[in-house]
Design a protein around this ligand. Structure first.
Ligand SMILES: [Zn+2]
Length: 294
């Protein structure tokens, strides 16, 4: 384990130094893939407080397989442990995009500590500190403030990966500055890219109603995912990212619905579940950071 931490520390120092090089200049020009410049006027502390997460796997990707990335947003909340337990029982991997404010509220930290006791199949990722206070337009129009909000999460959740999901917005920022975003979130995607962060959107969503209950049945949801594979409509072929929210599964019958959807998918030939850090387009630098897990 010491060796792992040493490896991680070296990777973190290199990454941190690179970030410092960018942020030591006030209003440094950050060039993106399109060749345009974005003014970076903030100096976030990057990667200096990240600790090595607890799991490492080297995944040999198989082109005959179909990968499902099960992602749960907005936790920790009343549904989080249900999601965790279902995935544990089914033996599937999943990613929790957490909200820092929720972790700091009531029993949030206790929930996360419970989950951290066995993180072989799970990772935590960054869904911002404030969830934009659910005022998305205002949040994304102030990209430097928004970046600080993500960094506040990053600093407070020391076991999170440098993978973010934007609140209420399916933006993507991946390796080789591969960006897919709306006009509104473009300035923030560039800033996230410049500091080496990944941003993950989603291909398919399990919707919820006004009471945060799932709209689609387990069967419908499994069919939607299989359709995304068959129609090749996902961001990356044979890799489908499913967006769900922890709170949708807080009641026993909906918790069972989650389990049922997983069972259906497990019965399909070649379908496997993976965590977001194993997604094909995750930045190589971050792979180095992640590769120290054992
Ligand atoms: Zn959210």
């Amino acid at each position: 384990m010491k060796k792992n931490y040493l490896g991680f520390a070296l990777a973190a120092v290199v990454t941190f130094a690179a970030c410092q090089a960018i942020f030591n200049k006030d209003k440094a020009d950050v060039i993106d893939s399109t060749g345009s410049a974005a003014a970076a006027v903030v100096k976030p502390r990057m990667f200096d407080s990240v600790k090595a997460p607890e799991v490492t796997r080297v995944v040999r990707r198989d082109s005959n397989l179909r990968y499902v990335y099960l992602t749960f947003d907005d936790g920790p909340d009343a549904g989080t442990l249900n999601c965790y337990n279902v995935c544990q029982n089914k033996g599937v991997r999943a990613t929790f995009f957490l909200v820092g404010e929720h972790a700091d509220y009531r029993h949030g930290r206790n929930i996360l500590e419970t989950m951290r006791k066995d993180m072989r199949h799970f990772i935590f990722a960054n869904h911002s500190y404030s969830h934009a206070n659910n005022r998305y337009e205002q949040f994304y129009r102030q990209e430097e403030k928004a970046l600080r909000d993500f960094m506040r999460f990053h600093d407070s959740m020391q076991f999170s990966y440098p993978i973010a999901r934007f609140p209420g917005n399916p933006a993507w920022v991946m390796e080789d500055h591969k960006i897919r975003t709306s006009k509104l979130t473009k300035p923030l995607t560039k800033l996230m890219d410049s500091i080496g962060y990944n941003v993950m959107g989603w291909d398919v969503e399990w919707n919820f109603d006004k009471s945060s209950r799932p709209v689609q049945s387990a069967e419908q949801m499994a069919r939607q995912i299989m359709n995304a594979f068959e129609s090749n409509s996902s961001f990356v072929k044979n890799h489908v990212v499913l967006l769900t929210h922890d709170r949708m599964f807080r009641e026993p019958n909906y918790r069972d619905s989650l389990a049922k959807m997983i069972t259906i998918l497990q019965s399909k030939k070649g379908v496997v579940f993976e965590t977001a850090d194993q997604y094909p387009l995750i930045k190589k630098n971050d792979r180095t950071l992640l590769a120290v897990r054992q």
